[in-house]
Design a protein around this ligand. Structure first.
Ligand SMILES: [Zn+2]
Ligand SMILES: [Zn+2]
Length: 368
């Protein structure tokens, strides 16, 4: 059992209704209802950056679609899920935010993450370049207001005009400001971190690269003592050596994210990512027109397995990066660890690190 602060081998967990009552090492204090002799038990995964799955996307703002996404990822161990929205027109973004905010109230979603529209046209990735804009104070205010307290994170390019003011306004409103899709220099990124930014969105991807004479945002984020860095562990976005480099530099601040789009837990085919058409072939999502990588088809279970088995990272650190660290990054209470008083969310893994069972708020999930 990886809590993840400690490893109990063997270990036990006592669940009462939707909460963890106690955890411990060795023989359980009373006979177990469920005995899992060769399993590894980890906290339910926390996915901080995800756009879709199971064939559906959050971008529609449709509650049925959002439920499909959450259910698809739940079957792969994600018990706490954010809703990330790609760049869209101001009105449709505001509408989606309003509709999805209700699902945060209902407990389906942990919060909302806006990825855009305040992104650099030089690192646009899979976002529609025609819909990018500068963060004008009234637009920032309108989206904070539309989310009704449920906007948890905004990814923006801090070097844009008004970027640092937006970072200050967002953090003052309790929203995590994340540096991403950015052409920021090292100094720009330092200024954003000084202004309150605390996350690097999918580090290395869609940002100015790491160069020994122009270290850029990557070095500013990696050397910062408190900044979290998101990493996409699918073997497509990052070479395993780069994943290792970043994860070992920040053992308590590395966060695995899926950045999954609709094809995750669904299969190859033609999909949409916001207003953009995406082709998925052999599990790799690319924009239909430019061929740019357009999110991943990861589940958190696959990311954890890749980070341990292919990148060779220690399981305790990988589990922390998929559970306690994203919870801390987002300021989410009582999820992301096997601790008394925390939500009874756990994942049972077999020897191949495949998910065999998921407990969500005290109930075993049917994974049919
Ligand atoms: Zn992105
Ligand atoms: Zn994304």
């Amino acid at each position: 059992m990886v809590t993840p602060a400690r490893v109990f081998a063997p270990g036990w967990v006592l669940v009462e209704s939707d909460r963890i009552f106690d955890v411990g090492h060795g023989v359980p204090p009373r006979p177990a209802d469920v005995d899992l002799p060769s399993a590894t038990i980890v906290p339910g995964y926390v996915d901080a950056h995800v756009h879709g799955g199971g064939g559906a996307s959050y971008d529609t703002g449709d509650p049925e679609d959002a439920a499909t996404v959450a259910r698809a990822h739940l079957a792969h161990g994600t018990t706490t899920i954010m809703a990330s929205l790609v760049t869209d027109g101001p009105k449709s973004l505001e509408r989606s935010v309003r509709e999805l905010a209700e699902l945060v109230d209902e407990g389906l979603l942990a919060g909302l993450h806006l990825e855009g529209p305040w992104l650099s046209p030089r690192h646009v990735g899979a976002h529609d370049p025609l819909l990018l804009s500068e963060p004008r104070p009234e637009d920032v205010e309108a989206l904070i207001e539309a989310a009704g307290g449920h906007l948890r994170m905004v990814t923006l390019a801090p070097e844009l005009p008004g970027g640092l003011d937006a970072v200050r306004r967002l953090t003052a409103a309790g929203v995590v400001a994340a540096i991403g899709h950015t052409d920021a220099t090292y100094d720009d990124a330092r200024a954003a971190l000084d202004a309150g930014a605390s996350v690097g969105t999918h580090l290395f991807n869609a940002m100015r690269g790491l160069h020994h004479r122009e270290p850029g945002p990557v070095a500013a984020l990696l050397e910062h003592p408190d900044a979290y860095v998101e990493l996409i562990a699918d073997g497509v976005h990052l070479h395993p050596a780069v994943l290792r480099l970043a994860a070992t530099r920040k053992p308590h601040l590395a966060v695995l994210v899926t950045d999954a789009m609709a094809a995750a837990a669904a299969g190859d085919g033609d999909y949409a990512l916001g207003p953009m058409a995406v082709h998925v072939r052999d599990g790799v999502a690319r924009l239909a027109d430019s061929g740019a990588i357009a999110g991943s088809t990861l589940t958190m279970a696959a990311a954890v397995k890749f980070a341990v088995r292919t990148a060779g990272l220690p399981i305790e650190e990988v589990v922390r990066a998929a559970t306690a660290s994203p919870a801390a990054m987002l300021g989410l209470d009582r999820v992301g660890a096997l601790r008394p008083g925390f939500s009874a969310d756990l994942v049972v893994l077999d020897e191949d690190l495949e998910v065999t069972r998921v407990l969500h708020r005290g109930h075993w999930v049917s994974r049919g």
